[in-house]
Design a protein around this ligand. Structure first.
Ligand SMILES: O=C1C[C@@](O)(C(=O)O)C[C@@H](O)[C@@H]1O
Length: 760
């Protein structure tokens, strides 16, 4: 076993921001592909939000743009003040967002106390001026926006990432396979109309900065696009996709166009990308060590993808050079990317040997993303599992010889027997079926992704699980979602089949199911390999113990039962759908330490909202209409509203910020549509009285397609709430369900588009 030396801290060449959350060393504790975690009740294992950077956020705003400070404050769930300079920011401002006009900030920004202040330069590009170069360089981060398109969503994403409250990297690295789409547009505008469809199957979007063409006044193009042009391009992309962005300045020697004569230019662009909150920064290995080290040390919440390309045709995977390149890359990287031109198909196998050797000998090293280029190398693109670069037929050019689309990779895997055709089910009850017309949508996704699977919506009776057993106990069972969710206890105690699988130990439970006991997704995995992609795991097709040949509804079941080499994992996707909805326009800190109200008619319906709120670190959850199960009551800080007095008490705690956290900030209702009147009444009780800068949040999980009197969402909006509905949660939950069932990322915006409700 070989270990890799950690990067030694070196003095930064320019004064660098050091967020309090910045990891001191490269993250080496990732456990790839693990879907279940050992501990119950340990929320960080659920990869939930974090407290992140708790320094005072100072917003440096341009002339006439003071109102943006209030928006940042609202998104972060804080109050704000405008000060005349950094010298006026004191420890009394610790829990505030502070605004300072750009003109005033310039005089003392350099002397600010970096241990207690994080400075964000906020610049409106619609003013027709680039941001002030001095402020851009001095601030820790920079947020660019357009007046017309500036949304809370963009700000929430930006601050959640830069301040370390949400980080997608761990979640992505736990996925069995990840892909990124290499966009090759000279101008991002050209990508925007098709971005939803282009990104289906992608976990991240690469912006090839070196391929951008900035038009100049004389009709020519800038040899290198200016930072202000690149900043706007990144902003445009971020406004239109929720996917993490990879920022690449590919050099001329590696099939790119970024000039190589001045390595410091790379530092300038790549460091600025960190300041813009870009999630992944591609840093080429040929760059001087001082630059790579500095970027790694200054990366904040961004992650460094080290990049090595060899176009010589002489590179050999089984060589000391290949291993040395990996070792050198790993010193300053969160992901190591190695890509080479090969001449012979056998070299693909040499790469696979290299991949497994690295995995075995450097278990703590960053994940390796390695593929071969050219047609000969295409096979390796089907085998790589970490951030495989993909293209799409709608792109103007492919970014590298031999690139494949997600659909081509899946089709190739299917042909090679690595992605067997599976039956995947949407299991509804009679009442839920009308409201979830999912079959065409799943069919569209599978088609777009080139997946061979078959999806059917089936109906189970409200009581009894015989049919669910029958669908799951098939040789070709590929997983299912259950709508509505089912209690694990109920499922196990009523099903000899579920109780007997996995040698009688029953299904594997995800952390979320361990915590709240509600199952809405059944994932199939190969035994002993929980890292295998769910539907990708090619289970031997020998007949299992569980024989079943009956036919239910219109779905003919295959002859043999679930193979004994597979195991079922019970998952819950809905809590993540709720979490994503609640954090769309608000950073997790807006919820942290504050109180919530959950309305439900039983504890099963309340389970997912409770978990999402716990992950958001709310201080207390007032409950209405249900009694939590003992397990949930033990793990969550709940207080029932059992009288008008208790409600009144919570309501009068409204004097923010003195009683910060006591008065409910978020109300989630899981009551049926028939109870709208009651929900509306409660929303009024907890709504803002008088003008308030602190918008509260309301989420109505009732199915909006049912006719009802008095839409609580409308009432909530009138009472100063930001209101969300079941359709938002459903779309985010579908994203999560698809990740769990088929291991593929289908962006939220595509789900909304395909369901006829575009988001943007
Ligand atoms: O590093 C890579 C991989 C790549 O070169 C490929 O081979 O697909 C494509 C580039 O856009 C990307 O930055």
């Amino acid at each position: 076993m070989v270990s890799i030396q950690q990067a030694e801290p070196a003095p930064a060449l320019i004064s660098a921001p050091v967020p309090s959350t910045k990891p001191a060393h490269r993250a080496i504790d990732l456990v790839k592909g693990r879907t279940t975690s050992p501990a119950v009740g340990n929320l960080p294992l659920l990869r939930g939000p974090r407290n992140g950077d708790t320094r005072t956020a100072v917003i440096v705003f341009g002339q006439g743009q003071e109102k943006i400070v209030a928006v940042f404050a609202e998104v972060l769930g804080k109050s704000y003040r405008v000060r005349n300079g950094f010298r006026d920011v004191s420890s009394d401002d610790r829990d505030l967002v502070v605004g300072i006009a750009a003109t005033q900030a310039k005089s003392d920004i350099a002397a600010r106390d970096r241990t207690s202040i994080v400075a964000i330069n906020v610049h409106c590009t619609s003013m027709g001026m680039p941001p002030d170069a001095y402020l851009s360089a001095q601030c820790d981060y920079e947020f660019l926006y357009t007046e017309a398109l500036c949304s809370r969503r963009d700000i929430s994403r930006f601050v959640s990432h830069t301040l370390g409250q949400l980080n997608h990297h761990e979640t992505l690295m736990a996925k069995p396979r990840t892909y990124f789409i290499s966009t090759t547009f000279p101008d991002v505008h050209a990508a925007l109309p098709n971005i939803d469809i282009l990104t289906v199957g992608a976990d991240a979007v690469e912006i090839r900065v070196d391929l951008l063409k900035e038009p100049l006044a004389d009709g020519t193009y800038a040899p290198v696009p200016s930072l202000s042009y690149v900043g706007e391009q990144v902003m445009l992309l971020r406004q239109r996709t929720e996917l993490p962005i990879i920022f690449t300045t590919r050099c001329t020697a590696e099939n790119g166009r970024f000039p190589m004569d001045n390595p410091d230019l790379y530092y300038e662009y790549l460091y600025r990308a960190i300041q813009w909150g870009v999630e992944y920064i591609d840093v080429e290995i040929w760059l001087p060590e001082r630059i790579r080290r500095r970027l790694y040390e200054q990366r904040g919440s961004s992650r460094i993808m080290s990049a090595f390309h060899d176009f010589s045709g002489t590179f050999k995977w089984p060589s000391a050079r290949a291993e040395a390149t990996f070792r050198e890359s790993a010193r300053f990287a969160d992901i190591v990317k190695m890509i080479a031109i090969i001449n012979d198909h056998n070299e693909n196998f040499e790469l696979e040997y290299f991949r497994s050797k690295i995995k075995a000998e450097y278990p703590d090293a960053p994940p390796l993303s390695a593929v071969n280029m050219g047609e000969t190398g295409q096979f390796s693109r089907t085998l790589n599992r970490v951030f495989t670069p993909i293209t799409h037929p709608l792109l103007p050019i492919i970014a590298a010889p031999g690139q494949l689309s997600a659909s081509e990779i899946n089709q190739a895997l299917a042909l090679l027997g690595q992605l067997p055709r599976k039956n995947i089910y949407g299991i509804n009850t009679p009442s839920s079926r009308i409201s979830t017309p999912q079959a065409p949508f799943y069919g569209k996704c599978f088609n777009e992704l080139g997946l061979p699977h078959h999806f059917s919506v089936v109906e189970r009776p409200l009581k009894g699980f015989a049919s669910v057993e029958a669908w799951c106990n098939q040789k070709n069972f590929g997983g299912a979602y259950l709508y509505p969710a089912v209690s694990f206890q109920h499922l196990i105690s009523n099903s000899a089949f579920f109780a007997s699988i996995n040698n009688g130990t029953g299904p594997i439970l995800s952390d979320s199911v361990k915590l709240i006991g509600m199952v809405d997704t059944i994932v199939v995995q190969s035994k002993g390999s929980f890292s295998a992609s769910p539907a990708l795991s090619s289970a031997p097709s020998s007949p299992g113990r569980h024989q079943n040949s009956e036919s239910i509804g219109s779905v003919a079941l295959s002859q043999s039962g679930l193979p004994p080499t597979t195991v079922l994992v019970f998952e819950n996707a809905a809590w993540k759908g709720i979490l994503s909805t609640l954090t769309r326009d608000f950073a997790p800190s807006a919820y942290s330490g504050r109180a919530a109200v959950v309305l439900a008619s039983n504890s099963d319906d309340a389970a997912s909202p409770l978990l999402a709120l716990k992950a958001l670190m709310v201080s207390k959850i007032y409950t209405v209409g249900f009694k939590a199960s003992p397990a949930v009551a033990r793990d969550f800080n709940l207080e029932p509203f059992d009288s008008l007095e208790s409600m009144q008490k919570a309501r009068t705690n409204d004097a923010y910020p003195a009683n910060h956290g006591a008065s409910p900030f978020v109300v989630v209702s899981a009551l049926a549509p028939e109870k709208s009147n009651l929900v509306g009444m409660l929303v009024r009780v907890f709504g803002s009285r008088g003008p308030s800068t602190f918008r509260k949040v309301f989420l109505d999980l009732a199915d909006g397609s049912f006719p009802r009197k008095g839409d609580p969402k409308l009432i909530a909006e009138q009472c100063g709430f930001a209101a969300y509905g079941a359709e938002d949660v459903m779309a985010f939950t579908t994203v999560e369900t698809l990740r769990l069932l088929v291991g593929q990322n289908v962006p939220y915006s595509f789900v909304r588009l395909a369901s006829g409700r575009p988001m943007f």
